[in-house]
Design a protein around this ligand. Structure first.
Ligand code: ATP
Ligand code: MG
Length: 279
């Protein structure tokens, strides 16, 4: 590594100080651009995100953008669960927990996160606060799950699948104020794969290309296709184009930013430096 590069990527600074260029989870994450070329940002703190769409439509790329933002933030721990193993693996060096296609391990990690959430609520109750803030001693946690359906219907026993869904539902339902952000991707969040009681808790929904209006409505919520907002209208070659629905808004068409493998490798190296320097 040349000394010039070393200076740029790993500038000298005091241990414990926030390194220059590091991000904060309280800042919104950059997702891509909308149809007018305007940048699309997604506030993550106190929110949960559900990504859906048919195979190869761009879910993992979008999830990667969110995880990349969080990786560069020094105030958030990453907990990554990836049924396909390879999508989130590049971020494993900066993750607090990384789980591949192993439901036992996934359950263990989720139980730990649930216990942590309960401890945080106890802290909030003691201090009279309503939610974790940037001034708290607790760091935020980003739980990213790719291939949710793999754990909810494909592997493990019915009891394990049920426990997995129950734990995720609890983290989505109660995690927000405790500083736990859940971002989950699945091909078709129909009731058999993602129970409606869980799906409806996500405050942000992103629908990538779908084959039917009803699949699009399953992700965004019933009625949007009739109003003219359907991810079925996204053409099959429009990779990375999706409809983003935020609480109380209308779906916004956008295209995700695309990070190559080399971008991700460099980004993770930088994130590792930020995290070491801020530790
Ligand atoms: N914003 C984008 N710009 C350019 N290409 C993209 C974009 N998003 C996705 N792609 C292309 O589409 C491919 C499939 O994307 P991705 O892996 O995110 O799909 P997916 O929805 O996660 O599929 P699966 O359900 O099979 O996991 C990527 O490998 C990439 O080549
Ligand atoms: Mg994928």
């Amino acid at each position: 590594m040349s000394s010039h590069f070393a200076k740029q990527v790993f500038p000298r600074r005091n241990r414990g100080a926030t390194p220059r260029g590091a991000l904060f989870i309280y800042q919104p994450a950059y997702l891509g651009i909308d149809t007018r070329g305007k940048a699309v940002y997604l506030p993550l703190m106190y929110r949960n995100v559900l990504l859906g769409g048919e195979p190869g439509s761009g879910k993992s790329v979008a999830l990667g953008n969110i995880v990349s933002h969080a990786a560069l933030c020094t105030d958030v721990d990453l907990v990554l669960i990836d049924g396909k193993l390879v999508e989130l693996l590049p971020y494993a060096p900066v993750a607090k927990e990384f789980v591949g296609n192993n439901i036992n391990q996934a359950l263990k990690v989720l139980r730990g996160l649930q216990a942590e959430m309960d401890a945080r609520y106890l802290h909030l109750a003691r201090t009279g606060a309503k939610k974790i803030t940037s001034k708290d001693e607790f760091r935020a946690t980003l739980l990213a799950i790719d291939e949710l359906a793999y754990f909810s219907v494909t592997v493990g026993t019915p009891e394990q699948q049920k426990e997995f869904v129950t734990l995720v539902r609890d983290l989505v339902a109660r995690g927000r104020a405790a500083g736990i952000i859940v971002v989950a991707a699945t091909q078709r969040p129909s009731a058999d794969i993602v129970p409606t009681s869980l799906r409806d808790l996500f405050s942000y929904r992103i629908a990538f290309r779908c084959t039917t209006d009803s699949s699009s409505d399953i992700i965004l919520g019933t009625g949007w296709a009739k109003e003219g907002y359907s991810a079925k209208q996204i053409s099959p070659d429009a990779l990375g184009i999706g409809l983003l629905l935020a609480e109380g808004g209308i779906p916004r068409r956008f295209k995700t930013a695309f990070l190559t493998d080399l971008h991700v490798t460099k980004l993770v190296r930088r994130a590792a430096y930020f995290r070491r320097a801020a530790a």
